[in-house]
Design a protein around this ligand. Structure first.
Ligand SMILES: [Zn+2]
Length: 364
């Protein structure tokens, strides 16, 4: 099964339970919140006028954000990569998100710059940096690994201070980036509404994002090297405002994904109004005791169906009007390595014996 799972390295898609009457949405179940730095790594120190450093502010905003999510969405599983002042390796942070199969990864930080006049909020998504200053932010955030034991082995010789290290890292491409950009735009929109300066959505090679296999963002909530912004982030109200802004973005992102899924499922399982019975054939290609969210580049992911049968999660591909045309989907699956798939049938959204389904079509 491990081998099969490797097909889904680029992981993210939304499934809904095709048999379920409630059409339960499975898109945003788990959110991992990652307060930057911690323990021996204080992060940005700011102007030195306050005792709180980046690690403390990031932790407080993270805990606030998590509590807002828990309050409005008790069913969402909120996981923190740290919920106290401890040092957590960057690789471990992404590993936590991957282990919990998070649907969204939010890393929270504070910015710094050599010039004290620079201020504002930025949300970063993994990608190639377009400017030197974006690269510099990634370099600063990635340099946490220098405090880790065996970082050279863990990150295969990646040197956070060398621009050339970033070339391979930013070649990384994933569908998740688009989802990340979507969420990032919502975060920045909320910050703007809260009258924070919007420095935009940017891309750069962040190690912590590069290893996470779901839509991920790194939020720079303001510059601690700017006095006004440092004052703001050192107030309870400032941190509440920032956490609320991120929370509103989560809410909008979740609603948007849900709407898309519902529409898609409606199309897939709707009963044809002219025809009382809706019969279609699909190809079952994968089953697992644990639910797996995945997206495969070589498949039309809007045609991947998920349903639960005897407590086993089953995945089908395609929606064909006849048994014979379902074979085309089966061939496609074979091409990409699913050699033992088989055709199944659905009648009005319920899995039915293939023979019966074929007979029903004949009667029509
Ligand atoms: Zn940071």
């Amino acid at each position: 099964m491990k081998r099969k799972l490797s097909f889904f390295l680029i992981v993210f898609f939304i499934f809904s339970n095709i048999n379920s009457q409630t059409n339960q949405f499975l898109g945003i179940n788990t959110i991992v919140i990652d307060p930057g730095h911690g323990g021996k790594d204080p992060g940005t120190l700011g102007t030195g006028r306050y005792s709180l450093t980046e690690k403390d502010i990031a932790l407080d905003i993270s805990l606030k954000l998590g509590s807002y999510i828990n309050k409005d969405y008790p069913n969402i599983n909120v996981i923190y990569t740290r919920d106290d002042d401890s040092f957590v390796k960057l690789s471990k942070r992404a590993e936590i998100a991957n282990t919990y199969q998070a649907d969204l990864f939010i890393s929270i930080h504070c910015d710094a710059f050599t010039s004290e006049s620079v201020y504002g909020t930025t949300t970063y998504v993994m990608g190639a940096h377009k400017t030197k200053s974006n690269l510099e932010v990634a370099m600063r955030e990635n340099s946490s690994i220098l405090l880790e034991d065996n970082f050279d082995i863990e990150y295969s010789g990646f040197d956070p201070n060398k621009p050339e290290s970033y070339i391979a890292l930013t070649l990384y491409q994933s569908e998740n980036i688009n989802y990340g950009l979507n969420f990032a735009s919502k975060v920045q929109k909320e910050f703007k509404q809260a009258k924070r300066k919007d420095r935009g959505i940017k891309q750069a090679g962040f190690l912590v994002l590069s290893r996470a296999t779901m839509p991920s963002v790194l939020i720079e909530t303001g510059f601690l090297t700017n006095k006004e912004e440092e004052d703001y982030l050192n107030t309870e109200n400032g941190r509440i405002e920032i956490a609320s802004g991120i929370f509103k973005a989560v809410k909008m992102y979740k609603n948007e994904l849900e709407a898309v899924v519902e529409q898609r499922m409606d199309e897939l399982i709707k009963i044809d109004k002219n025809n009382n019975v809706n019969v279609f054939f699909s190809v079952q290609f994968f089953s697992s005791e644990k639910e797996v969210d995945f997206k495969n580049k070589k498949l039309d992911n809007s045609l991947v169906l998920h349903f639960l049968e005897n407590n086993v999660h089953k995945y089908c591909y395609g929606k064909a009007k006849s048994y014979n045309s379902a074979k085309n989907y089966q061939n496609k699956l074979k091409e990409i390595g699913f050699s033992d798939s088989f055709i199944v049938a659905f009648v009005n959204g319920n899995k039915t014996e293939v023979k019966k389904a074929i007979e029903m079509i004949k009667k029509d």
